[in-house]
Design a protein around this ligand. Sequence first.
Ligand code: PMV
Length: 327
Amino acid sequence: MGTATARANANIAFIKYWGNRDDRLRLPANPSISMNLGGLFAETTVRWEENLTADSFGLNGKEDTGAGLTRVVAHLDVLRRRLDIAQFARVESRNNFPTGAGIASSAAAFAALTVAGAAAAGAQLSERELTTIARLGSGSASRSVPTGFVEWYAADAHEESYAESFGTPNTWDIVDVIAVVSKAHKPVGSSAGHQSANTSDLQTARVAGAEERLRQCKQAILNHDFAAFADVVEHDSNLMHAVMMTSRPPLFYWLPPTLMIMDSVRQWRADGLRVCYTLDAGPNVHCICVREDAAVVSERLRASSEVLDVLIAPPGDGAQVLTVSIP
Ligand code: PMV
């Protein structure tokens, strides 16, 4: 057993994952698609070692002994079972984006943990299998393993719910310009949110239309059709937030500046900029735009007193092993 370091980018979903058909296996209610966010990544080192008496986990240089460690241990258990490992591990992870900036870090984190953990054990797993293992840690992590533009399939069996790339980072020159409006930790995490999705009467309708929206979105990406893309991406984000707001108890992730920016984005598009919005389980607004319009979008966002920070990410690579050492 050895040591390996892997890097995985975060991702932004264009057709969202919300709600599971099986919570334990994180088998999603519907398929989803996303783009990896180049430059916004987690870097994770896993060291399997005979003399360790327990797993341990450091995040951004700080020892985590709480909920974070529990989730990491559960994921190491998955790797131990699959790879027949009897040892404990030391895990150290770092995000290069500002911690607490409200950028979902679990996708990058579990993709990097999966890829580093398998490499440190000397295992050569297929990309497909790595995506299914990453999925068990955090559903969206499955989409951070393959490169570029990625689809994650919904299915009833663990092996069938995997993710695969349908476009490289060069497929379309679009950029995610992220308006950070709050740096607070989200009040309700996505694992709890997925479990309450079915308490909304709207979830059945959202799921029923997801495949058709996915087909339209994929086609728009491959055809570089920004108008069609903007229409379906905003609609899909609105549908997910409608489900969240009508769940019991309700989940309101938007803040007043969130709505203000969504409004501005629609106005800018009407005025000719190729930009649209999408939101994850938080108040920050992902403004997706064509490369030529990214500078003016980010300038306008920065001019708003409600915007605390602006991060910019082009389409990114899949998860990569950076170093391996197996004595
Ligand atoms: O992977 P999770 O459990 O953090 O869920 C992610 C859910 C959303 O970010 C809201 C949507 C998505 O598809 O990424």
